[in-house]
Design a protein around this ligand. Structure first.
Ligand SMILES: Cc1cc2nc3c(=O)[nH]c(=O)nc-3n(C[C@H](O)[C@H](O)[C@H](O)COP(=O)(O)OP(=O)(O)OC[C@H]3O[C@@H](n4cnc5c(N)ncnc54)[C@H](O)[C@@H]3O)c2cc1C
Length: 527
């Protein structure tokens, strides 16, 4: 069997990788040792950045309809409401999805699986990776089916989306350093009877030695409960659900009754990451490259972003549009992102669950005093949304970013800002309405008729099919543009990458400038 890309593992990361390769028209084989998509709820939080990608694929509306938008975050201590804030519009005007969606992992996987199947591609379930070797032409991979039959596949590239114990990461010799927290955590999906609100409110109950969080799920009175087992509980298999129920009632001082128990699990929290995402023709992505506490609901979303970052680069190299050096930027960008992610999830986790005397004291005595004040501040809300929603990720210091206007509020390497503008026909358009085909796009902010660029546009055909040009008239849209970019004194352009990050920001409106960028930074052949 021959293909262009082999994807090992069909969790959310592998399925997103497959989905993006479908969009790009790249041939692939995806397989997983499991029988099918997960049946567990596992990851629950779907962040704005993931929904923005779903939107390009035409599956965001379905995701939102099948999930539950979280609208309020409420903090309780000793059964009393201490404060809270609105999270339903936290990212208002910053994203078409200014909230966190609660949608179980199995529903996300089902959406992605359906998307892949809609391209007449199949997923080889019950096939396990046996071995792989890289040679000068590509990678040879050996799989074993459930019936014991061995299958050899050759491909140009291999992507290991094979989870935290990734055999591919191990064989590549990458490290996975970090730590495992001593205490055990539990997760319970259940219907719940209590006097507090349901539907869309997240409740977090803080106590000196612990915390318990309740996340609303779609369905009658359904909740996800997450908390910590008391210190000293070390034998995972000996923790009964009844013990957890009793402990929960004791600790948070809120009368409640769990009925219709769904998924229940006890687990340990790790914080670990790889030292590399890429070697030769092999890559790793998702939990294979980084694992951390569930604080902030980042894990599944980060795997999805890894796949999205790598897919367009693989697409350009496989189609012969760009040199292989482009693939090195995957490691450069996503390794740093993983480092930042571990720092932020560790910090949130320490505040929620740390057992040091100061953290315990601050959690119940200091934090509630300031929470109400802090969460009313616009800058705090903005910073929180940027961090949790993953819309604040920036590659501004990296080799694909070139900024000739560094003093602006937006830098090359930032995600393309989301805004609405009036087009030349007087129609209202979204800056996010132009990326159905995963191509580079050119946003021109000015009043000229763009002859200079448009007349030369054909020269891009060979490498970029057509460079889509979006003109944003400054006279008609000045107030929104200045709100986002700062004062604008002259026309400028943004060249935007297929994954919606700004590649080039410059006031030099010329074809040569764009060609120079594409050749030097992206390694485009024949620009
Ligand atoms: C209780 C809990 C709550 C969580 N909450 C959140 C949340 O709110 N938000 C969030 O973003 N994340 C959350 N996460 C994390 C999230 O579940 C993971 O980050 C996500 O599953 C990672 O996806 P993945 O595809 O990278 O890896 P996985 O889902 O682990 O998939 C890897 C796949 O590779 C397959 N595989 C492994 N080895 C082989 C082999 N040799 N051959 C073939 N196939 C193989 C496995 O069968 C598996 O299907 C949570 C996790 C847990 C457990």
């Amino acid at each position: 069997m021959k293909t262009q890309v082999i994807i090992s593992g069909a969790g959310p990361t592998g399925l997103m990788m497959a989905a993006q390769l479908c969009r790009l028209g790249i041939d692939f084989v995806i397989f997983d040792k499991k029988e099918g998509i997960t049946t567990f709820s596992k990851a629950l939080g779907v962040q704005a950045r993931t929904l923005e990608i779903y939107d390009e694929m035409g599956i965001a509306e379905k995701a939102v309809n099948e999930g539950q938008i979280a609208t309020n975050f409420k903090i309780l201590i000793g059964g009393e409401l201490q404060g809270g804030f609105d999270v339903g519009s936290l990212g208002s005007k910053k994203s078409p999805f200014p909230y966190m969606l609660i949608l179980e992992q199995f529903k996300n996987e089902a959406l992605l699986q359906d998307y892949v199947l809609s391209y007449n591609k199949s997923i080889l379930w019950k096939h396990e990776l046996v071995d792989f070797e890289e040679n000068e032409n590509g990678v040879e991979v050996v799989l074993k089916s459930a019936e014991g039959q061995e299958i050899s596949i050759s491909a140009q590239y291999l992507v290991g989306c094979d989870g935290a114990s990734s055999p591919i990461r191990k064989k590549l010799g990458f490290t996975f350093e970090g730590e495992t927290f001593d205490q055990f955590f539990y997760v319970v999906d259940t219907a719940l009877e209590w006097a507090l609100t349901y539907n869309s409110d997240i409740h977090v109950c803080l106590a000196k030695n612990t915390f318990v969080a309740f996340f609303p799920m779609k369905g009658e009175k359904r909740m996800r409960i997450i908390g910590m087992l008391p210190e000293g509980k070390t034998d995972k298999d000996n923790v009964q659900f009844e013990e957890i129920e009793a402990m929960l009632k004791r600790e948070i001082d809120i009368p409640l009754k769990m009925t219709d128990l769904g998924w229940y699990s006890v687990y340990k929290v790790h914080t670990r990451m790889t030292n590399s995402f890429h070697k030769g023709r092999c890559f790793i992505a998702g939990d294979a490259a980084h694992i951390h506490s569930p604080a902030g609901g980042q894990g599944m979303n980060t795997g999805i972003q890894d796949a999205y970052n790598l897919a367009w680069k693989l697409g350009m190299v496989i189609k012969g549009f760009a040199n292989e050096t482009l693939l090195e930027t995957y490691n450069e960008e996503r390794l740093e992102n993983a480092k930042n992610l571990l720092k932020s999830t560790d910090a949130i986790f320490e505040a929620e669950a740390g057992s040091g005397w100061f953290t315990s004291f601050a959690r119940v005595h200091i934090f509630p005093l300031f929470a109400g004040f802090l969460f009313k501040r616009e800058f705090v809300k903005k910073a929180m949304f940027k961090l949790i929603s993953q819309t604040g990720i920036s590659y501004d210091k990296h080799s694909l970013s070139q900024d000739d206007m560094p003093d602006d509020k937006i830098n090359a390497g930032d995600r393309m800002p989301y805004f609405n503008f009036e087009d030349e026909n007087g129609q209202n358009q979204s800056s996010y309405g132009f990326n159905q085909d995963l191509q580079f796009r050119l946003f021109y902010f000015g009043n000229d008729n763009l002859q200079n660029i448009v007349s030369h546009n054909n020269s891009f055909n060979e490498t970029l099919q057509r460079l889509k040009i979006v003109k944003i008239d400054l006279d008609k849209n000045r107030s929104i543009i200045e709100e986002i970019f700062g004062e604008v004194n002259s026309p400028f352009i943004l060249l935007v990458r297929p994954d919606n990050y700004i590649a080039l920001q410059t006031s030099d409106i010329s074809v040569n400038k764009i060609k120079e960028y594409l050749i030097e930074k992206v390694g485009i052949v024949h620009a």
